[in-house]
Design a protein. Structure first.
Length: 63
């Protein structure tokens, strides 16, 4: 198993995002990926991302 952590930056052009009308903007979100390897190849992949924080940064949701 291999695990990768990081931060992704995105530029959103505006419009519907995950069911929310979202204005244009940029956001960062933390991500984690886990890969199950079999015979030296990726057999399964899991991802976790912080979409709630991203929607707040873009102004789609308010705290």
């Amino acid at each position: 198993m291999v695990v990768q952590f990081g931060t992704r930056e995105l530029t959103w052009p505006g419009g519907a995002l995950l069911g929310f009308e979202t204005p244009p903007g940029t956001a960062n979100r933390d991500v984690a990926f886990a890969y199950q390897l079999m015979d030296g190849r990726i057999a399964e992949r899991w991802a976790i991302r912080d979409d709630l924080s991203m929607l707040v940064q873009l102004g789609a949701l308010h705290r």
